[in-house]
Design a protein around this ligand. Structure first.
Ligand code: B12
Ligand code: SF4
Length: 509
């Protein structure tokens, strides 16, 4: 599946660089490639797009390329969330990136060491190259996906909601060019017998009728399958009927919590069991029209206490057995969200190495209302319940279609369901038995338990040798240190503009 989860933005950078006359090599790392052999050996400038979970891979690669004389730049979620840290290892660290920002870097292209420079456009780009232009990079990436091939598309950026834990809380909503979207959909019909498209919009369907009008104009009914992340408040029955007619096969609504964020789930002030009943009914309604539903939850929010939130999620699974539950451990990704300032100011953020910050392998915020042992007990109990054989069988019975059933089964018994359960149990056991664990979790020491060190070393493989010294540590409070008390720091999400010195030399990127 991994090539189907590839990001759009590195493809965009590739398109823009070629348009500006550069000779571009593009490598999409899906976790299986041997990067040391796949990557080109001689380049002038390297752009790396990375999530925080792959920051150490990115840092090691930057070090490797710099040793061969290249200039390095990082963009993507990690660069947006932890720019101060990335500046230690890259010449350029990018926030919002438009064509102009990229052009400035290509023109200048010179080393900035020991500390790189942080460059960001004032806002999200107004336009991005579509599928037709990105096809040169999409096609080779999807070649490595054996069965299902999913094309990533974007219809909008930002979100009108302001959930305080979200990276889009401060980013204004904007839709992308509808004509371009229409053309891309038509283009895809020439490439696959039945294309499958995943919308990477943070919240698909905000201008619902406009998007569905475009799809209906471009696509003969049912010729393209779609997947989208959306919020329950946008998924009314008339909308669901229209989505079904237009080939939507999977939706991923965020429920997040039974005690918070009512505006997202259209449950208003309702909380607790009331909300469970209402949301379960809504999810069952969705399942009548859409074969696959993943319901997303955040575990460990400040509004949660005692066993109740976890028990309520179990009741939800009983009442809506067809939904696949996606659990995220509360994670404060640096300066991603306004709420992170509060966690940092309250000294609640743990310095877990970036490698573990993928919403599952570590929770880097001290829970307000649980001890670590109690918290993990609840997480394990809920995960075991969600992926028990009874729950898997119930999910299978409540889902339509072979693909949806197959996906649910594979996800439950692979690294996601069973794998995470094993991992959480291992962590819980070590909270009792490994003398390094609890002191680290309780922030009595910053010495990383050997267990985690071994895991990063193993995962990085040969790249471990290239990981710069000190790169496993970062300042978990960097965001709050850069903001005066009392601010909510929205300005800093936009970064600083480039001065863009001129040095026009087209090169290999
Ligand atoms: C679509 C999406 C996905 C998709 C596609 C993932 C992918 N590989 O791109 C799916 C569903 C697969 C997914 C999975 C995950 N996701 Co996700 N996802 C998003 C989402 C909703 C939109 C991102 C997006 O594409 N936006 C459109 C682009 C154009 O805008 P942008 O991201 O703001 O990028 C701008 C700049 O950052 C810059 N830029 C971006 N990339 C690059 C690259 C280069 C080279 C350069 C120069 C610039 C640059 O330019 C852009 C234009 O200004 C964001 C939330 C959000 N609203 O941003 C979360 C988000 C990115 N995901 C997140 C997480 C944690 C995950 C998972 C770990 C969750 C999980 N446990 O499974 C996985 C990891 C997947 C992986 N490693 O590939 C976090 C990342 C936090 C972090 N610092 O790492 C985010 C921010 C959500 C959050 N929790 O706050 N995700
Ligand atoms: S609705 Fe979703 S994308 Fe929008 S701000 Fe809330 S969590 Fe973020």
């Amino acid at each position: 599946m991994n090539p189907n989860l590839a990001s759009i933005m590195p493809q965009v950078i590739g398109v823009w660089c070629r348009e500006l006359g550069h000779d571009v090599s593009f490598v999409c790392y899906t976790g299986l490639e041997d990067l040391l052999t796949e990557l080109p050996s001689q380049v002038d400038l390297v752009f790396i797009g990375a999530f925080t979970e792959s920051a150490h891979t990115a840092y090691a690669l930057s070090n490797l390329f710099r040793s061969k004389g290249a200039i390095t730049a990082i963009g993507g979620p990690h660069a947006r969330c932890y720019p101060e840290d990335a500046l230690r290892y890259f010449d350029y660290v990018l926030g919002f990136t438009d064509r102009e920002t990229l052009h400035d870097i290509l023109r200048e292209c010179c080393p900035h060491r020991p500390l790189g420079i942080h460059i960001a456009a004032r806002q999200q780009p107004k336009t991005l190259p579509g599928v037709r232009e990105r096809w040169q990079f999409i096609e080779p990436t999807l070649k490595t996906a054996p069965l299902i091939k999913i094309v990533p598309m974007l219809g909008s950026l930002g979100c009108p909601y302001t959930c305080s834990f979200c990276i889009d809380a401060a980013v204004p909503y904007q839709s992308l060019d509808f004509d371009g979207i229409q053309e891309d959909l038509r283009f895809l019909l020439t490439k696959f017998r039945r294309p499958m498209v995943a919308w990477h919009d943070p919240n698909f369907g905000v201008r619902f009728d406009d998007y569905l009008d475009v799809i209906e104009r471009a696509v003969p009914r049912g010729r393209i399958d779609f997947i989208a992340e959306s919020s329950l408040s946008l998924l009314s029955e008339p909308h669901l009927k229209r989505l079904e007619r237009n080939g939507f096969q999977a939706l991923l609504p965020g429920i997040e919590s039974w005690f918070d964020l009512g505006n997202k789930s259209k449950t208003g002030a309702q909380i607790g069991m009331e909300k469970v009943r209402q949301v379960a009914e809504h999810v069952n309604l969705i399942l009548r029209y859409i074969p696959y539903v993943q319901a997303n939850f955040v575990l460990g929010l400040d509004t949660d206490q005692g066993p109740e939130p976890f028990e309520l999620t179990k009741r939800f699974l009983d009442l809506a057995p067809g939904a696949f539950p996606g659990y995220s451990l509360l994670t404060a990704f640096g300066r991603a969200a306004p709420l992170n300032l509060d966690y940092q100011r309250a000294n609640r953020v743990l310095p877990f190495p970036f490698h573990f910050l993928n919403n599952n392998q570590a929770m880097n915020v001290t829970p307000r209302n649980y001890s670590w042992r109690a918290f993990y007990d609840h997480v394990i109990d809920l995960t075991a319940y969600s992926f028990s054989w009874q729950a898997i069988a119930r999910r299978c019975r409540a889902t339509r279609g072979l693909t949806a059933r197959g996906m649910n089964f594979v996800r439950a018994v692979s690294t996601e369901g069973f794998g995470r359960l094993r991992y959480h149990r291992d962590v819980r056991r070590r909270l009792d038995s490994d003398p390094q664990f609890l002191p680290y979790f309780d922030r009595e020491t910053t010495e990383l338990p050997g267990y985690y060190l071994d895991l990063v070393r193993k995962d990085l493989g040969l790249l471990w040798e290239w990981l710069p010294e000190g790169a496993l540590e970062h300042d978990p409070n960097a965001y709050s240190k850069s903001e005066p008390e009392g601010t909510h720091a929205l300005g800093s999400l936009l970064g600083i503009a480039s001065e863009g010195r001129k040095n026009p030399a087209a090169g290999r990127v």
